[in-house]
Design a protein around this ligand. Structure first.
Ligand code: PEP
Ligand code: MN
Length: 359
C-alpha cells in the first residue's frame, strides 16, 4: 500500500483527537460541542454521524443531507476539519458536494467488500482523506482489504480506526479490543496512522479514559471520542458519549508516550534486558525441540501398543497442572492455557503424522 498523509498537521508528535457527537442532532448541538472541544489544540477534527447504521429498524437513522450544511457552519465558526461516515456512493457524492474534509467507512460497511468497492470507486480522483474502521468481526484481512480497495482507487491519505470487535460473550466492553489485531496492522503497514475509538470499544463513558490511555501506551496516533452536550439525552449511543468538559478533562489527564528516547542510559538498560530476553527465547525454542523428541518417543510406544494419539485425561490434567503453576508464579492463567493448548495441539499433530507414516 502507498500511504501519503497529505495533512501532516494532523499527525505531529502529539496524538490527533477527533471529537463530536455520535449523531448530528441540530446546528446548536454541533456548535456547542465544537466550540468547546476546540479549546484543546489536540482536537483538530469534528465528527458527526449524518447517516446512522442501526441494528434494528425504526430507530433513529440520522438526519441525512439536511445536516451537511451545519458541518460547513461548524468549520467556518471553529476552523476544525469535519468528518462523517459514508456507507454508499450516494453518501460520498453528498459529502463531496458539502466539502466534508474527512470521510470514514464504518465497521458494518468495512465488513462488506461490495460496499467498500462502491465507495472506493466513487472516490476515484478526489484525493480525500479516508478513515477505515475495523470490520465488526475480528478479520484483519478484511480490514486490510478495505484499505487496499481505497488505495487502488488512488486514495493515499488513509487512516485506520480501531473500534474493537463484536464477540458473542461481551465481558467488560461493548466490543473486544483484541489489541494484537491493530498491532499486527501497524507491523504490516508502519506508515499507516492508526487511531483508537474508545467510545465504541467500551460502550461506557466511565471506561473511556482507561482505554484511551492504553491506546496511548501502545503508541496509537490518535483518538476518536464521541462528545455530546447532554449525553444522556443523545439520540444514539447515549451511554458512551461524554460531555465536552469531560473530554477536555480526559485529554488533560492522559499521559502521552514517546516513540523512542535518545538517552544513553535508556539504550544501555534496554539493550541489556533485551539480550537476556533473546537468550531466554532461545532456551524456550531448545526446550520445545527437546519436548518434540520426547513426544516422538511417546508416539513410538503408542504405535507399538496400537493406542490413540489423543488421551483426553492426560490433556486435562496437563492443562490443570500448568494453569496452577502459572497462578503460583503470578502469570496470567488464560495466556498459559492458550500456550499449552497450542503446544499440546502440536504434540498431537506430530504423533498423528508419525502414525500415518507407519501405516
Ligand atoms: C460511529 O462512529 O458512530 C459508528 C457508527 O461507529 P462504528 O462503525 O464503529 O460502529
Ligand atoms: Mn456512535
Amino acid at each position: 500500500m502507498e500511504i501519503d498523509n497529505k495533512n501532516p498537521q494532523l499527525f505531529s508528535n502529539l496524538p490527533l483527537v477527533i471529537a463530536g457527537p455520535c449523531s448530528a442532532e441540530s446546528l446548536d448541538q454541533m456548535l456547542a460541542v465544537a466550540q468547546s472541544v476546540k479549546t484543546n489544540p489536540l482536537v483538530k477534527v469534528f465528527r458527526a454521524g449524518i447517516w446512522k447504521p442501526r441494528t434494528r429498524p425504526n430507530q433513529f437513522e440520522g438526519l441525512g443531507e439536511i445536516a451537511l450544511p451545519w458541518l460547513l457552519e461548524v468549520k467556518k465558526a471553529t476552523g476544525l476539519l469535519t468528518a462523517i461516515e459514508v456507507a454508499n456512493a450516494d453518501h460520498v457524492e453528498k459529502a463531496l458536494k458539502y466539502d466534508v474534509d474527512i470521510l470514514w467507512i464504518g465497521a458494518r460497511t468495512s465488513a462488506n467488500p461490495f460496499s467498500v468497492q462502491d465507495i472506493a470507486s466513487s472516490l476515484k480522483g478526489t484525493n480525500k482523506t479516508v478513515m477505515v474502521k475495523n470490520p465488526i468481526n475480528a478479520d484483519l484481512q478484511l480490514w486490510i482489504g478495505a484499505l487496499e480497495r481505497l488505495n487502488l482507487a488512488g486514495i493515499k491519505d488513509l487512516i485506520a480506526i480501531h473500534r474493537g470487535f463484536s464477540v458473542a460473550d461481551n465481558f467488560e466492553f461493548r466490543n473486544d479490543p483484541m489489541w494484537r489485531i491493530p498491532i499486527e496492522l501497524k507491523l504490516k503497514f508502519p506508515e499507516l496512522p492508526i487511531i483508537c475509538d474508545p467510545s465504541h470499544i467500551t460502550g461506557n463513558r466511565d471506561l473511556i479514559f482507561k482505554v484511551a490511555q492504553k491506546a496511548m501506551d501502545l503508541n496509537f496516533d490518535g483518538l476518536m471520542i464521541e462528545t455530546h452536550p447532554n449525553p444522556d439525552s443523545a439520540w444514539s449511543d447515549a451511554k458512551q458519549q461524554v460531555t465536552p468538559e469531560k473530554l477536555l478533562n480526559i485529554l488533560s489527564q492522559l499521559q502521552f508516550k514517546n516513540n523512542s528516547c535518545q538517552s544513553k542510559d535508556y539504550e544501555f538498560n534496554l539493550d541489556t534486558l533485551r539480550k537476556q530476553i533473546d537468550r531466554l527465547d532461545q532456551d524456550i525454542i531448545e526446550s520445545l525441540k527437546y519436548r518434540k523428541s520426547l513426544v516422538e518417543k511417546i508416539a513410538e510406544i503408542k504405535i507399538g501398543q496400537n493406542v490413540s494419539a489423543l488421551q483426553i485425561q492426560r490433556f486435562e490434567s496437563l492443562l490443570k497442572d500448568r494453569i496452577e503453576l502459572a497462578i503460583k508464579h503470578g502469570l496470567d492463567p488464560a495466556m498459559v492455557k492458550d500456550i499449552f493448548g497450542l503446544i499440546h495441539e502440536e504434540s498431537i499433530r506430530i504423533q498423528t503424522d508419525l502414525f500415518d507414516q507407519k501405516h
